[in-house]
Design a protein around this ligand. Structure first.
Ligand code: FES
Ligand SMILES: [Fe+2]
Length: 472
């Protein structure tokens, strides 16, 4: 009878727990934010978890040429994507070339207020106009084949042998313009002339980033690396903190928070300088929980040395204050009102399909993952570190990207410091995952909460491509 009761109780308990509602033990991210001395801004206190199902995701999504071709046809030419920063186009005539798969876009500053984007293709017989990616200066564009040329605003400047082309006008043969809109200092393009405005697409991000504006950041470092995985697998390696324990040998992130805001935006927040031994109670080994790390040890883990905590002080508050003062002075930026969470935490917003924005100060990244040309199994990972810019300063000239091949280690980039081995660890997994995808009978299984953002992208992408296919 007693056994029966236990089973019955167990079953009741199990069925009352809706899928996706289970959480790690110990304090939640929000609990930590609520005890911070410098209070977190309200967007960070919002929680928006979503359970989106638990079915496997087919590996073909990452390996199949057909799926890749569908993306080339129905995803990339129809979606918003950041192509460069405004500071890449500081002066009239500055030009940036952005390639995505088989597409190439020219972005240029036409005058002080106007930035425009065009297909990088001659309207005569289709020759690519500007070779290579990256920045140039130009007074206009000239095709290397027969010398047709255009002004910065896309209007025809000259057609050699004009007498033979009475049927050619600006309306028919000006450069082919694509949508170009700006947000947070980023220049976005969209090849779909009927696309919804960028602002609507950004959803909560426009409001959330009011508290931590990215237009007042400068690019401190830009690394562009080839990764040995499909662009989706590569970006998904950065969307959960679940792998931290095994891959990075780190106790942080077991109780990270995962939010989904509509179809295009998701977020994680994972606290640094505070971890809960309870949250790790179902991970193997006892390295991090027995005995639990002290606040003093956590402070050392945040690279604050030589400071003994007083009674009642926490690692988070002291680390945040130290960074606030030291980094604020170094950068010439007033961080006195910046919350502990923005200073310390890994806060990552993802914008569909392939963009990441971190509002943090110690973790100040921007990522973008693109197919590497037309190769299914590799991608280009743009990683930028974005430093706060003093109020009265103009944006300096941005640094040229540092290019790393698949084989090169991030440790070759000195400025990445402690981040370099972390990125190397993530890259190591990608190679193995790409191999494993092709050796599998079943699909990818996801955690209901910690990996929900990956499922959100999957569902959004399926719907997005299906709608595009119906329209065409
Ligand atoms: S193809 Fe460009 S000018 Fe002829
Ligand atoms: Fe990682």
């Amino acid at each position: 009878m007693r056994v029966h009761n236990q089973v019955a109780q167990g079953m009741t308990k199990k069925s009352s727990l809706e899928p996706g509602t289970a959480r790690a033990q110990g304090p939640a991210t929000r609990d930590v934010l609520l005890t911070d001395k410098h209070a977190a801004p309200s967007p960070l206190l919002e929680e928006s978890p979503q359970f989106l199902g638990d079915e496997d995701i087919p590996f073909e999504r990452y390996t199949s040429q057909d799926y890749f071709d569908r993306e080339m046809k129905s995803l990339w030419p129809r979606t918003w994507q950041w192509a460069c920063r405004e500071e890449h186009l500081a002066d009239t005539g500055d030009v940036q070339v952005y390639d995505i798969g088989r597409y190439s876009i020219i972005i240029t500053r036409v005058d002080e207020d106007t930035i425009k984007a065009y297909l990088n293709t001659c309207t005569h017989r289709g020759t690519r106009l500007l070779d290579g990616e990256g920045s140039h200066y130009s007074q206009g564009f000239t095709c290397p084949f027969h010398g047709w040329s255009w002004h910065l605003d896309g209007a025809i400047r000259n057609i050699p042998g004009r007498w033979d082309f009475p049927h050619v006008t600006d309306a028919t043969h000006g450069l082919q313009e694509v949508l170009c809109q700006r947000w947070g200092g980023f220049v976005f393009i969209n090849m779909d002339r009927d696309a919804q405005p960028l602002e609507a697409y950004l959803g909560v991000m426009t409001e959330h980033f009011d508290a931590f504006p990215l237009d007042r950041r400068r690019i401190k470092l830009h690394v562009q690396k080839r990764l040995p995985a499909n662009w989706k697998a590569a970006q998904e390696a950065f969307m959960e903190a679940y792998h931290n324990f095994e891959t990075h040998d780190s106790p942080h992130g077991a109780n990270a928070q995962y939010d989904i805001f509509g179809k295009y935006v998701s977020r994680f927040i994972h606290n640094l300088g505070s971890y809960s031994p309870q949250a790790l109670s179902d991970y193997p080994g006892d390295k991090w929980r027995d005995p639990p790390m002290t606040e003093q040890e956590m402070l050392a883990g945040l690279a604050v040395e030589g400071r003994t905590l007083a009674e009642g002080e926490t690692a988070r508050e002291v680390a945040a204050q130290t960074i606030r003062e030291n980094l604020g002075a170094e950068l010439g930026v007033d961080l006195s009102a910046t919350s502990d969470s923005i200073i310390l935490d890994s806060i990552e917003y993802h914008l569909f399909p392939n963009m990441f924005f971190f509002p943090g100060i110690v973790v100040p990244m921007v990522y973008r993952f693109r197919p590497n040309g037309m190769d299914v199994d590799s991608c280009i990972f743009d990683l930028m570190l974005m430093e706060p810019l003093p109020d009265d300063e103009e944006h300096p000239e941005p640094p040229e990207p540092i290019h790393l091949s698949v084989e090169q280690s991030y440790t070759e980039v000195e400025e990445l410091a402690w981040l370099a081995p972390v990125y190397d660890e993530d890259t190591g997994n990608l190679q193995l995952q790409t191999q494993g995808f092709k050796n599998a009978f079943k699909g990818m299984t996801l955690g209901n909460y910690q990996e929900s953002r990956i499922r959100r992208i999957y569902l959004t992408q399926e719907e997005f491509m299906q709608q595009a296919e119906e329209r065409s």
